[in-house]
Write a protein that binds this ligand. Structure first.
Ligand code: ISL
Ligand code: CA
Length: 531
């Protein structure tokens, strides 16, 4: 049953959602206490960020035990309670599945240092050159090379991410068997499926040297290869037994590759990246001026090329959409336009925590205030390249993943209703103004708008299942129609601080301005839905 075609999925970043015991870190009991918030929004499923046991080098994307809950997040009983309590509210739980790499604290890695152990080939180990040089010239996602020497085994191991995240070797069939058992373990507990981390990188075809590239030298040796498709088919056999849902994070995929990854016996959906690249040159650290038209063009291409999309404007790796694509002056209106875009395109919308109240990028002033391992590595790299501190900060502050990771702003009080203690990452000072409590009773708030459009999407089948037809696309305006049989809706969005004309007609159903009729002129950052 394709329940996910009718659902809105909500992403929780556990560390920053709700703390229940005053240690400043969000946890599972905290999430349970906030399930009513999700129910009010009409959420059908939660993508729960990693809560497995982990040393936390990359906030849980470095798993040291796939069958245990990290004590900072709670216990296995808490997790079971979460699944049950969410279930009572009609909300499914999706786990984050991180199987490209494990923490170097995982026992597979620790025991695997011994070449005679059964885990000796679970990772990519290599001796390197006779002169002690690295096994190859590949570079990693967090900058710099991607090999680390292990003095105990006297060999290097491959890590595409941090050195605390060692890549698993799928040439060893035992690894795939382990992963299948992990899937079964969680599916037996009642989770409905998985969000699969960097799923198109699993298979490395060889460890050969590679042609130098400005970013990610070596990529062609592991990006979306046939070996990865084989792994996915093999995992699908297990998933199918449980009718489980999967959405794979697929870095740098083309629509054609995404179609292949979503064949009936592979993944259900993939997260594309193209629309997230519309305000950057090649790499995320080189920002260019955002032109709405480039965002529309990317979204349009994916709407046309895939029968069904995983829709998102935010997640825990991306800056906040209102800071990135919206307007400071028209904060409320622009957050609403972005919400309308997310909730009216064809596909499954993924809403990231805080987006529904228009949370913004952090207001930190110094690199010391950040926790993100990526930001820290890039800062080191840029320091080695002799970039002055002010320029480094300019680059990092706008792109840091911590922009999306500051604690959820529930109230305007100290601790933002998130914690009674000292939060693990600073709370944005704008929480006095931007918080859920301030928006709950206000029918014009960002929150009310999200809630209303989510309900409209449930009410109107054409908004969920209808065809997508573009009607207008200019530098600032995007308009389209969603049609199912003889029922259809028209959406028109103004992505600018200037009024804009758009030739669409119909009875006004929704606007984020107070108006009763629509006559072809959109106000600054206005969204309208017409019948
Ligand atoms: O942040 C990014 C894009 O702007 C990427 O470089 C990101 O690292 C990539 O999308 C992979 O992300 C996933 O795997 C990482 C983890 O750090 C991220 O949080 C996760 O979403 C390694 O597990
Ligand atoms: Ca806590």
């Amino acid at each position: 049953m394709e329940w996910w075609k009718d659902a809105i999925i909500y992403q929780i970043y556990p560390r920053s959602f709700q703390d229940s015991n005053g240690d400043g870190i969000g946890d599972i009991p905290g999430i349970i206490s906030r399930l009513d918030h999700l129910q009010a929004l009409g959420v059908g499923a939660v993508w729960l960020g990693p809560v497995y046991r982990s040393p936390g080098v990359d906030n849980g994307y470095d798993v040291s035990d796939y069958r245990e809950i990290d004590p900072v997040y709670g216990t296995m009983e808490d997790m079971e309670r979460l699944i049950a309590e969410a279930g009572k509210r009609g909300i499914r739980i999706l786990m984050d599945l991180i199987i490209n790499h494990t923490s170097t604290d995982h026992y597979w890695f620790r025991w695997g240092r011994d070449r005679t152990s059964p885990y000796a080939d679970y990772y990519y180990w290599s001796r390197g050159g006779a002169d002690g040089s690295l096994p190859n010239n590949w570079t990693g996602f967090f900058g710099g090379d991607c090999w680390e020497f292990d003095p105990e085994r006297c060999e290097y191991y491959l890590h595409l991410f941090d050195k605390g995240q060692a890549d698993l070797n799928y040439h060893n069939p035992a690894v795939l068997e382990e992963v299948k058992n992990i899937l079964r373990f969680w599916l037996d507990k009642g989770v409905a499926g998985f969000r699969c981390d960097v799923i198109n990188l699993l298979w490395k075809d060889s460890l050969e040297r590679s042609k130098k590239r400005p970013f990610l030298t070596g990529l062609e040796h592991y990006h979306t290869l046939e070996g990865t498709h084989d792994i996915l088919r093999s995992l699908h056999a297990v998933l199918a037994e449980y009718d489980a849902f999967t959405v794979g994070e697929a870095v740098f995929v083309t629509p054609a590759q995404a179609r292949d990854l979503t064949r009936p016996d592979e993944l259900d959906l993939v997260f594309p990246f193209e629309h997230m690249e519309c305000d950057q040159w090649k790499v995320k650290w080189l920002k260019k001026k955002f032109r709405p038209r480039e965002l529309f063009t990317a979204l349009l291409r994916w709407q046309k090329e895939l029968p069904w999309n995983a829709l998102y404007l935010e997640n825990h790796d991306q800056p906040r959409s209102v800071s990135r694509f919206g307007s400071e002056k028209y904060w409320r209106e622009s957050a609403q336009v972005l919400g309308a875009l997310l909730l009216t395109l064809r596909g499954t919308p993924f809403l990231y925590q805080g987006q529904e109240i228009g949370m913004t990028n952090f207001d930190f002033k110094r690199i010391r205030q950040l926790q993100d391992i990526e930001s820290k590595s890039i800062d080191k790299l840029l320091t080695r390249l002799h970039l002055p501190a002010a320029l480094r900060w300019r680059i990092i502050s706008r792109t840091s993943r911590d922009n999306a990771r500051t604690p959820f702003q529930w109230t305007g009080e100290k601790g933002a209703g998130f914690t009674e203690g000292r939060p693990w990452l600073g709370i944005n000072h704008n929480c006095e103004r931007i918080n859920l409590a301030a928006q709950e009773e206000d029918p014009r708030s960002v929150w009310s708008w999200y809630k209303d459009l989510a309900a409209l999407r449930q009410e109107r089948e054409e908004l969920r299942r209808g065809d997508f037809t573009p009607l207008a696309m200019t530098e600032q305006v995007f308009a389209y129609r969603r049609q199912l049989g003889d029922r259809g809706l028209t959406v028109a969005l103004n992505f600018s601080a200037e009024p804009a004309r758009v030739v669409v007609r119909g009875k006004l159903l929704r606007s984020n301005y107070d108006r009763i009729r629509f006559e072809e002129i959109l106000q600054p950052w206005e969204a309208v839905i017409l019948e």
